[in-house]
Ligand binder design. Sequence first.
Ligand SMILES: [Zn+2]
Length: 289
Amino acid sequence: MRLDNQRESENVEDRRGEGGRRGFGVGRSVGIGTVILALAASYFLGIDPSVMLGLFSGGDIAPAPQSVPARRPPAGDEMARFVSKVLADTEDTWRGIFRQTGRQYQDPKLVLFTGATPSACGTGQTAMGPFYCPPDQTVYIDLAFYQDLKNRFKAPGDFAQAYVIAHEVGHHVQNLLGIMDKVQAARSRAGEAQANALSVRVELQADCLAGVWAYHADRVRNVVEAGDIEEALNAASAIGDDRIQERSRGYAVPDSFTHGTAAQRVRWFRRGLESGDLKQCNTFEARQL
Ligand SMILES: [Zn+2]
């Protein structure tokens, strides 16, 4: 990626090294069962149980306490700078797209943490992988996940790392558009297999929205270099449910998929990437995923 001339986002908060001391046990109204469910899910999926956290939990989720002022990453921290620049690029992309349709984009926050940190969706943990928490409109990421992406999922490269952020920001876009609420309502009336099928559509849509971002990063801001798109496609494929399940249990159980297969994730990312058009990302109406 060519990010030299890109601005950094103001919306990154650095909680690395805090060891989760900040405000634990205060204002957390998500039940322990929810957290266990989310952790169990993340054990099998390896990534991003945000939707589960958002969708299993009912009702009044209090925002995480903000008694300590947000700390910005230190200057000269290469990884934090990279994340800030990618987040800024998603802000520019989505502000533009929302403006075109007469809406106003609200930037999400992004929290860097190590180990564990409180969120409005319960305690965020490294093992859960990166996630988006709808009630506090925040993306949470322990950068250790990038090591996993490279070593465990065999998906190296800066654009693969950027795709992970763009996917989480995709969930934020879904939240702003009211899609998260609608899906949550539908899921509460659905059986388990049907609820999982809805999750797959949420996740594939986030992949498509990441592709829409990649289109604009490429065509408008020219940040994409040779090999970058392949890196993102490789990452999308590597974290497909079928691949992850086959790796962790030796077989795949389609009804338990909540993110989509490798082929589906690649297809929807590509669809956003090739069109740059939000309207192409309607996974809920698609007959074939
Ligand atoms: Zn996701």
